[in-house]
Design a protein around this ligand. Structure first.
Ligand SMILES: [Zn+2]
Length: 105
Protein backbone atom coordinates (compact mmCIF):
# COMPACT_ATOMS: atom_id res chain seq x y z
CA UNK A 1 0.00 0.00 0.00
CA UNK A 2 1.26 3.41 -0.86
CA UNK A 3 0.41 6.46 1.15
CA UNK A 4 -0.10 9.87 -0.36
CA UNK A 5 2.79 12.23 0.17
CA UNK A 6 2.51 15.62 1.82
CA UNK A 7 3.87 17.37 -1.27
CA UNK A 8 1.61 19.59 -3.36
CA UNK A 9 0.43 17.47 -6.27
CA UNK A 10 0.73 20.45 -8.63
CA UNK A 11 4.02 22.15 -7.74
CA UNK A 12 5.77 19.67 -5.45
CA UNK A 13 6.12 22.06 -2.51
CA UNK A 14 6.21 20.24 0.80
CA UNK A 15 2.97 21.17 2.59
CA UNK A 16 3.97 19.71 5.97
CA UNK A 17 7.73 20.16 6.26
CA UNK A 18 9.62 18.66 9.16
CA UNK A 19 12.34 21.33 9.09
CA UNK A 20 12.02 25.07 9.74
CA UNK A 21 9.90 25.80 6.68
CA UNK A 22 6.30 26.78 7.35
CA UNK A 23 3.36 24.47 6.74
CA UNK A 24 0.27 24.69 4.58
CA UNK A 25 -1.67 21.93 6.26
CA UNK A 26 -5.40 22.55 6.40
CA UNK A 27 -8.81 21.17 5.59
CA UNK A 28 -11.24 22.94 3.28
CA UNK A 29 -14.90 22.17 2.73
CA UNK A 30 -15.85 19.32 0.44
CA UNK A 31 -17.25 21.89 -1.98
CA UNK A 32 -13.92 23.68 -2.32
CA UNK A 33 -12.01 20.42 -2.74
CA UNK A 34 -14.47 19.24 -5.37
CA UNK A 35 -14.20 22.58 -7.18
CA UNK A 36 -10.45 22.03 -7.31
CA UNK A 37 -11.08 18.78 -9.18
CA UNK A 38 -9.11 16.60 -6.81
CA UNK A 39 -10.22 13.36 -5.20
CA UNK A 40 -10.75 13.50 -1.43
CA UNK A 41 -7.72 11.28 -0.88
CA UNK A 42 -5.93 12.48 -3.98
CA UNK A 43 -3.12 14.26 -2.19
CA UNK A 44 -2.25 17.73 -0.96
CA UNK A 45 -2.34 21.16 -2.55
CA UNK A 46 -0.51 24.24 -1.36
CA UNK A 47 -2.68 27.33 -0.95
CA UNK A 48 -1.39 28.89 -4.17
CA UNK A 49 -2.16 25.86 -6.31
CA UNK A 50 -5.58 25.35 -4.68
CA UNK A 51 -6.46 28.98 -5.36
CA UNK A 52 -5.25 28.66 -8.94
CA UNK A 53 -7.45 25.62 -9.45
CA UNK A 54 -10.59 27.27 -8.05
CA UNK A 55 -9.82 30.64 -9.62
CA UNK A 56 -10.23 32.72 -6.49
CA UNK A 57 -8.69 33.48 -3.14
CA UNK A 58 -9.78 31.34 -0.20
CA UNK A 59 -11.69 32.92 2.67
CA UNK A 60 -12.20 31.85 6.28
CA UNK A 61 -15.56 30.38 5.29
CA UNK A 62 -13.79 27.81 3.12
CA UNK A 63 -12.17 26.19 6.18
CA UNK A 64 -14.35 24.17 8.57
CA UNK A 65 -13.74 25.70 12.01
CA UNK A 66 -14.30 22.50 13.97
CA UNK A 67 -11.08 20.73 12.97
CA UNK A 68 -7.81 21.22 14.89
CA UNK A 69 -5.65 21.86 11.82
CA UNK A 70 -7.72 24.95 11.05
CA UNK A 71 -7.70 26.19 14.64
CA UNK A 72 -5.50 29.26 15.15
CA UNK A 73 -5.73 29.14 18.95
CA UNK A 74 -2.52 28.58 20.95
CA UNK A 75 -3.83 25.16 21.97
CA UNK A 76 -2.07 23.65 18.97
CA UNK A 77 1.19 25.62 19.05
CA UNK A 78 3.22 22.48 19.72
CA UNK A 79 2.06 20.84 16.49
CA UNK A 80 4.04 21.12 13.25
CA UNK A 81 0.97 22.28 11.32
CA UNK A 82 0.70 25.36 13.56
CA UNK A 83 3.94 26.79 12.03
CA UNK A 84 1.87 28.15 9.15
CA UNK A 85 2.74 30.30 6.18
CA UNK A 86 1.52 33.91 6.39
CA UNK A 87 -0.89 33.35 3.52
CA UNK A 88 -2.54 30.35 5.18
CA UNK A 89 -2.84 32.25 8.46
CA UNK A 90 -4.37 35.17 6.56
CA UNK A 91 -6.93 32.93 4.86
CA UNK A 92 -7.84 31.12 8.09
CA UNK A 93 -8.22 34.31 10.08
CA UNK A 94 -10.12 36.31 7.49
CA UNK A 95 -7.45 39.03 7.40
CA UNK A 96 -7.30 41.33 4.44
CA UNK A 97 -6.20 39.17 1.55
CA UNK A 98 -2.56 38.91 0.63
CA UNK A 99 -1.85 39.24 -3.09
CA UNK A 100 -3.25 36.37 -5.11
CA UNK A 101 -0.66 33.75 -5.96
CA UNK A 102 2.18 34.93 -3.73
CA UNK A 103 4.89 32.39 -2.97
CA UNK A 104 5.17 30.39 0.23
CA UNK A 105 7.30 32.27 2.77
ZN1 LIG B 1 1.48 23.92 -5.03
Amino acid sequence: MTYPTTECVDCGTECLPTDDRRAEWYIVTDQVWAAAGIDKLGGCLCIGCLESRIGRQLTAADFPADVPVNDLSPTWDHKAFSWRTPRLTARLSGQLPLPFGEAIA
